[in-house]
Write a protein of this length. Structure first.
Length: 182
């Protein structure tokens, strides 16, 4: 835990449940909590943006032994997280998309392997999700397609000039989504 109040609350919860022999709560920033002798087999980072998860992994990668499984649940920012995984030698082993109420939650499981190369589209959609094409996955991208088309229409009406690169990025994403849903 990175903050003192949640750290003390977590310690209390562990003690209240009689788990002090099995769980150690540490006050540290990100992966700095991992010590050399821990022999960590799994790291779970959930409930924050993909860029934040990426930054935690990047700043703490010296604490990783390369044998642990990463279980990640980004709230947005999946593409830059997948990019980091690829650039750091991780293969995506499992992806799942869950919907609760009107929110979609992606779970990405990865392990370090030989170098993996994903296409820009695979990084955007998720390489395994593109193959599985679950109903939740298709519904998510149908919704995003509608949002992107609205955005493009709004940009055409905008009084201020929007950088052409930004417009072209959205146009490219719309093309990818249309192809995916076809």
């Amino acid at each position: 835990e990175v903050a003192a109040t949640p750290f003390y609350a977590a310690n209390r919860t562990v003690a209240d449940n009689g788990l002090t022999q099995h769980i150690t709560v540490r006050l540290a920033d990100g992966l700095a909590a991992i010590e050399a002798g821990d022999d960590i087999t799994a790291v779970s980072l959930c409930g924050m943006g993909g860029e934040t998860i990426r930054d935690i992994l990047d700043s703490g990668k010296a604490h990783l032994n390369g044998r642990e499984r990463l279980i990640l649940q980004p709230n947005g920012g999946e593409q830059p997280l997948r990019q980091w995984l690829m650039e750091n030698g991780y293969q995506i082993l499992h992806e799942e998309l869950l919907r609760e109420n009107r929110f979609y939650y992606e779970i990405i499981v990865a392990e370090r392997t030989e170098a993996m190369t994903y296409t820009a589209e695979q990084l955007y959609f998720g390489p395994l999700q593109m193959q599985a094409r679950s109903p939740e996955f298709l519904a998510k991208w149908q919704r995003i397609l509608r949002e992107k088309r609205k955005t493009l229409a709004s940009l055409e009406q905008a009084r201020q000039v929007v950088p052409e690169q930004k417009v072209q990025e959205i146009v490219q994403q719309v093309k990818w989504i249309v192809q995916l849903l076809a």
